[in-house]
Design a protein around this ligand. Structure first.
Ligand code: 4AD
Ligand code: MG
Length: 424
């Protein structure tokens, strides 16, 4: 019977299938570190206990060869998992060519061979954490009676302004890759009330930063009857649940990234208005004034020293998207919020209550220079049974970047699309 490395225990006779992660040999003994999806294990081939043929093969195995190894599991306190294998047989399924990735390769080279670098501990650990993120987020929302829905990815209109749209030739017409499923989610709540989209979003971000991808995974819940405050409470509960699940199920991976699971078990939130954030930044010496959106330096500075998330709410209307609801008491304020990750990682969520007054929506679309024809269907939603509603968008890779303490967001996704790269 074949085992996964993480499932074996001392005394067992096992058959393991995987790849050669590391290999070294001396005259009498060959060490093969075997890798499978679950873990790594050192397999020891002793010259005097295996056939000559097996020993020769083990002693000269190229790394990343695919192999099947049988042997007896034994405790070894020096091994990372506390276990080693006394190998008795070796079957080579594929002898690898010389693997191009060696110790001292540049970041650029590693990106060129991303399809091979995915096997690294860093990227595998990240992908396992991201897997838990997807499961946990779906689980949380479905437990709250949300329906998962599918927005189109080819669209006729901008959700987040024209400057970051990727356009494409749609049989002679100009169409765009979706920046957000929100406007479609807003149509779907009239049928299903609480919905969420889990889909890629596309942003033609023309600046080279460590937190922008051209293609990223976007989680977007949209809810009827939710106020601005209800919306914030849902964001908090979702983040708490997802972080808790990752702390529970990904201890090994978190340890690899040097992140203590305890910091994820009970995440905390601070909260301030945009105006107070401006004051705090001014006190820190930033030259910001009210009515200007925060750049990455400002966002960094707001949480750089903090282990807590920061919710910044009630931004000026003029720096936020057309669909955000105007505060009825303060007509220059939008009922919206961002969530900034701890430790200076910046924005991970943007959300708001939605404007339901078509006069205001039309005015703001015109101010943005949008063609009203493209939004006719969206304006229809306020004509037939309009209800108060709210929603938000969470950038999955932004959250993963913080959880894994990654220097660059490209390592929060297997095949990153950045300003200069869409291969492989
Ligand atoms: O703040 P944004 O632009 O908001 C929206 O798209 C809304 N329509 C969401 C909604 O209310 N349904 O984007 C939402 C989140 C950001 O907070 C950020 O986490 C992520 O999407 N994001 C990016 N992540 C990676 N690379 C980029 N270029 C991103 N742009 C936005
Ligand atoms: Mg935003």
């Amino acid at each position: 019977m074949s085992y996964q490395i993480e499932d074996i225990s001392p005394g067992q006779q096992v058959r393991l299938r995987g790849w050669v992660y590391r290999q070294r040999a001396s005259k009498d003994v060959a060490f093969v570190v075997l890798r499978d999806a679950s873990d790594r294990l050192q397999c020891v081939f002793k010259k005097d206990s295996v056939s000559e043929d097996v020993f020769e093969k083990a002693a000269s195995l190229p790394i990343e060869s695919a192999v099947i190894i049988e042997g007896n599991v034994r405790e070894d306190e020096r091994a990372p998992t506390g276990l080693e294998l006394d190998a008795s047989s070796l079957e080579i399924i594929h002898e690898a060519e010389r693997f191009p990735i060696t110790r001292d390769k540049s970041e650029d080279f590693l990106l060129d061979v991303r399809h091979l670098w995915l096997r690294s501990q860093k990227l595998t650990s990240m992908m396992k954490i991201k897997h838990t993120f997807f499961r946990a987020a779906r689980e949380f929302l479905m437990n709250q009676h949300f329906y998962e829905v599918q927005p189109p990815l080819i669209t006729a209109s901008a959700c987040e302004g024209g400057s970051t749209l990727f356009s494409l030739d749609y049989f002679g017409d100009e169409a765009y890759l979706s920046q957000s499923g929100q406007l479609y989610a807003e149509a779907l709540i009239y049928a299903l009330e609480r919905v969420f989209c889990f889909a890629p979003s596309f942003r033609a971000e023309k600046s080279r930063t460590k937190r922008h991808l051209m293609e990223y995974w976007h989680l977007e819940p949209e809810m009827t009857w939710y106020s601005h405050e209800d919306n914030i409470q849902l964001q908090i509960a979702l983040l708490q649940y997802v972080c808790n699940q990752i702390a529970t199920y990904n201890q090994k991976e978190l340890k690899f990234f040097g992140r203590d699971p305890h910091t994820l078990y009970n995440v905390q939130f601070d909260r301030m208005t945009y105006d107070d954030a401006v004051k705090q930044l001014q006190e820190q010496g930033f030259n910001v004034s009210s009515g200007v959106d925060f750049g990455s330096n400002e966002e960094y500075s707001l949480t750089a020293e903090s282990p807590r998330f920061l919710i910044v709410e009630r931004y000026p209307l003029e720096i936020k998207a057309f669909y955000m609801k105007t505060d009825p008491q303060y007509p220059h304020i939008a009922l919206c919020n961002d969530v900034l990750a701890p430790e200076g990682y910046g924005e991970i969520i943007g959300g708001s209550e939605r404007e339901t007054d078509n006069r205001l929506l039309i005015q703001r679309l015109q101010e943005e220079g949008q063609d009203l024809d493209d939004y006719e269907w969206y304006l229809d939603l306020r004509k037939y049974g309009s209800v108060p509603h709210s929603g938000f968008g969470m950038g999955v890779e932004r959250v993963i970047r913080w959880i894994c303490d990654l220097d660059h967001i490209r390592d929060a996704t297997p095949f990153p699309r950045t300003l200069t790269r869409y291969y492989p």
